[in-house]
Design a protein. Structure first.
Length: 272
């Protein structure tokens, strides 16, 4: 682990000021018997919220996203998953309350039908967005209201059969950027733009932000999903980003440790 970044030695995810990790979890890769273990990683209020979803699939993907978040934080630091607490920014962006002796960890989560993801780094703004490719949004209407002119032009040039995927490629990158800066709905989506097949971001107002400070990644975690990542960094060339499927066995082992410790403590009962 990168001890020079101020994080404890012994974690399985190397995260620091110049390193970021993204884990995703496809719901169809989770065995039915693993769901109680993932649920055990959540705080009580998170479990209660998962139970309030009308559709079971929504509760499961919420569970997966928050289990990933706590699991990745523990993998990076060696601290227990149940010990993490979060604050909420002015525009609703959650921020992890980091240990006093380490850097400020920055985390972001996203979930869509069938997939959850979490992104973690230290000190720098980070945002992740995932989308299900089988969505059928009103592409022309949404692009007309929310995309920059250059993005609308590119979208119009895409063959009809590829237009939804092209729209979602723009959308995930735009959402990742907005989530990174933490401004929520107050950030107009047409104030910045992307090129469909080129890296980088462009701003309508050159004083709004500096494109050279931003790193973006776009991947396909599977045939039905897109994932986009945005990180603000003073020197993006120094960044190392690890993106891959979450180690499900590690997550379930964390849950087993929680259950064992609770069973061993006098006067307490296990959650399971």
């Amino acid at each position: 682990m990168a001890a020079e970044q101020g994080l404890p030695v012994g974690g399985m995810a190397a995260v620091g000021r110049d390193r970021a990790v993204v884990w995703w979890l496809a719901l169809d890769s989770v065995d039915p018997g693993d769901w109680p273990r993932l649920r055990a990683l959540l705080a009580a209020e998170e479990r209660a919220r998962a139970d309030r979803f009308h559709f079971e699939r929504d509760g499961l993907v919420y569970t997966a996203a928050h289990a990933l978040c706590r699991g990745l934080l523990s993998a990076a630091t060696g601290l227990p998953p149940e010990g993490w607490a979060f604050s909420v920014g002015a525009h609703g962006k959650p921020e992890v309350l980091s240990p006093r002796d380490g850097p400020q960890l920055r985390v972001n989560i996203s979930h869509t039908r069938g997939l959850a993801a979490v992104a973690l780094t230290a000190e720098h703004d980070i945002g992740v967005d995932v989308e299900w490719l089988e969505r059928h949004p009103h592409v022309d209407e949404l692009a007309g209201r929310m995309f920059a002119e250059r993005e609308r032009e590119q979208l119009a040039a895409v063959p009809d059969a590829q237009r939804i995927e092209a729209f979602l490629r723009f959308w995930t990158r735009k959402e990742a950027y907005v989530k990174a800066i933490g401004k929520g709905l107050s950030q107009p989506l047409d104030a910045f733009s992307f090129e469909l097949d080129q890296p980088g971001i462009h701003f309508a107002d050159p004083n709004a932000d500096d494109p050279a400070r931003w790193h973006f990644d776009e991947i396909r975690p599977g045939p039905e999903h897109l994932l986009a990542l945005a990180i603000c960094h003073p020197e993006p060339a120094r960044l190392t980003v690890e993106i891959g499927p979450a180690p499900l066995a590690y997550l379930t082992s964390l849950a087993s440790e929680i259950s064992s410790s609770e069973t061993a403590e006098p006067g307490r009962t296990s959650r399971r």
